[in-house]
Design a protein around this ligand. Sequence first.
Ligand SMILES: [Fe+2]
Ligand SMILES: [Fe+2]
Length: 134
Amino acid sequence: MAMTWSTDLAVDVPEIDGHHKTLMAISNELELAHERGQGSTVLGSILCRLSDFANYHFALEEHHLRILKCPDYEAHRAEHDRLLQQLGNLVHAYECGDAHVTDDTLAFLRTWLVIHIQKYDRNSLSRTPAPLAA
Ligand SMILES: [Fe+2]
Ligand SMILES: [Fe+2]
């Protein structure tokens, strides 16, 4: 199921909202390639792009968080590191010819992106943060 960006994911920083749209677009591209039965060269290359863009995005976002002196900076950065680790493992597995994108991989990426934006990015960066879950 493809992800679509909506205003309830907005963080009020246009550049970062643009990055989130790009992350979703690359994830959707990965899902479509998986559904079409594309080979490991194509899937590995999309995963590599996703990992590179996530690295770039997190660096910019962490820069904003430091400027804003966000109290949850360390926890937020740890979540970024967790995703980068997962993506790095997947890219490495593809490079070794030893990986397959699965439905679980795609579900993990979808959930991680949406929950992370709502729980961490909006609360740290938006003027109208999402309510914290009980
Ligand atoms: Fe974030
Ligand atoms: Fe983000």
